[in-house]
Design a protein around this ligand. Structure first.
Ligand SMILES: [Zn+2]
Length: 74
């Protein structure tokens, strides 16, 4: 049996021939913890990026959502 498996995007569920393995990145914009953070002190400010699970995404989802390419075409 040589059936070609159908792959689905793990994000939107669509089928696509441009599916790529990616690692989802969760980006959280942190508010300033308190006013002990001095102006010009970048520590503690800015987005927090948390890597998530490896998923398979279509091209549209790769355009719209933050991710890290795993460099592997599915
Ligand atoms: Zn998708």
């Amino acid at each position: 049996m040589d059936t070609h498996p159908i792959h689905y995007c793990d994000s939107c569920g669509d089928t696509d021939d441009t599916l790529m393995a990616v690692r989802r990145l969760y980006v959280t914009t942190l508010p300033p913890a308190d006013d002990t953070i001095r102006a010009g002190d970048a520590d503690g400010a800015g987005p927090l990026v948390t890597p998530g699970d490896t998923e398979v995404w279509c091209e549209v989802c790769r355009i719209h959502y933050p991710h890290e390419l795993m460099g592997e075409q599915v």
